[in-house]
Write a protein that binds this ligand. Structure first.
Ligand code: GDP
Ligand code: ZN
Length: 349
């Protein structure tokens, strides 16, 4: 790795990225990482500090889909403006992971909301009972994005028996680490701190009110994000005025906190239902009908397994619920696409 890039190491610059930059074979480009995107203007951290950039025309035209455009967390190759104006983003370097949502309309398609996340904290509040279904669903999203999931059970201070909660969560989560912590007291935070090596990027996902903002504030050692009460009073919050969604921790590592990540819709996780419910997918081979939905169809091997106690009824229920949600989402998506194509197709007179 060239010494000249030393300013970017804390942001996660790597030998792979150096090679990807060289592969662009365009002289005069410098690397940088996107810390914020707003109305197609990007704030990018480079060796020379932060600068503002726009997309080069070539990148806009070459981009076949929205997923080819940069998002928060992306590494890009850009050409600075010698006169101090906005730089131009020429290339998006290959992503290690990406989180996306399906934008409305057919041709807009998948939209990346954050890229190059190493670890996702799936945050739940122990002021409520552990919800195994919810953990399963968030795990789907994390895995689909290509990041390592870590289950964080926050508000341990408000829970009589955190160990029992961890055991309960274990039933849903399987292998991933599970940590009971408190953003209020700092209890358990050593385990979270340990996830931040130099240049490693963590994002947080989980239901609203679970304590994600409180955790980020403690992790970066500053009250940067407005938490619950403040946010409700002032919808814009301090959060939006900060103008950074990729946060560098003084102690090393980075946190990505974008509204897009927070609004990530669970039903985007289609492909992985089968992967996460591999037990059910395996049983389905024995169903009489190939397109069996394991609901009321005769000769259903999945229902038989539930009846014989070989498959947990709750797990079957959770599968059915997710399947139904995804079908509803698919229907909404088709309807939107249809409306869109009608609108576009209408003769202009
Ligand atoms: P977010 O919506 O996930 O970002 O959650 P916030 O960080 O805004 O927290 C929601 C509420 O939970 C706020 O009132 C916080 O003060 C509270 N809270 C967050 N972490 C803890 C914790 O560890 N213990 C307790 N008792 N309350 C917490
Ligand atoms: Zn079946």
């Amino acid at each position: 790795m060239s010494l000249a890039r030393s300013g970017l190491w804390p942001y996660g610059w790597s030998a792979d990225l150096e090679r990807a930059l060289e592969a662009t074979a365009t002289p005069g480009l410098v690397p940088g990482r996107v810390v914020l995107e707003h109305n197609h203007v990007y704030r990018i951290v480079t060796e020379q500090g932060e600068l503002l950039a726009e997309l080069a025309g070539r990148l806009k035209h070459r981009a076949a889909a929205r997923r080819d455009l940069p998002a928060v967390g992306d590494w890009v190759a850009l050409r600075p403006d010698p006169r101090g104006g906005r730089a131009l983003v020429q290339h998006v370097l290959p992503r290690r992971s990406r989180f996306s949502r399906q934008a409305a309309g057919r041709e807009t398609g998948e939209q990346i909301v954050a890229a190059n996340i190493d670890v996702v904290f799936l945050v739940f509040g122990l002021d409520k009972p552990v919800n195994r279904r919810s953990i399963e669903r968030y795990l789907l999203v994390a895995r689909r994005g290509g990041a390592d999931p870590i289950v964080v059970l926050n508000k341990a201070d408000a829970c009589a028996d955190p160990d029992a909660a961890v055991a309960e969560a274990r039933l849903a989560a399987g292998d991933p680490p599970i940590h009971a912590v408190s953003a209020r007291t700092g209890q358990g935070f050593e385990a979270l701190e340990a996830c931040f090596g130099e240049g490693r990027t963590v994002a947080l996902l989980g239901p609203s009110g679970a304590g994600k903002s409180s955790i980020v504030n403690r992790l970066i050692g500053r009250n940067l994000l407005a938490t619950g009460e403040v946010r409700d009073r002032d919808r814009r919050g301090r959060h939006t005025s900060v103008h950074r969604q990729l946060l560098l921790r003084q102690q090393g590592g980075l946190v990505i906190d974008t509204p897009g990540m927070r609004e990530l819709q669970l039903w985007d996780a289609d492909d992985d239902v089968d992967e996460s419910f591999a037990d059910i997918a395996g049983l389905a081979g024995g169903c009489r009908f190939r397109d069996c939905r394991h609901e009321t169809e005769p000769g259903c091997a999945v229902k038989a397994a539930v009846e014989q106690g070989r498959l947990d009824a709750g797990r079957h229920g959770s599968f059915l619920k997710l399947q139904a949600e995804q079908q509803a989402a698919e229907a909404r998506r088709e309807e939107r696409a249809l409306l869109e194509s009608r609108r576009k197709g209408r003769p202009q007179r």
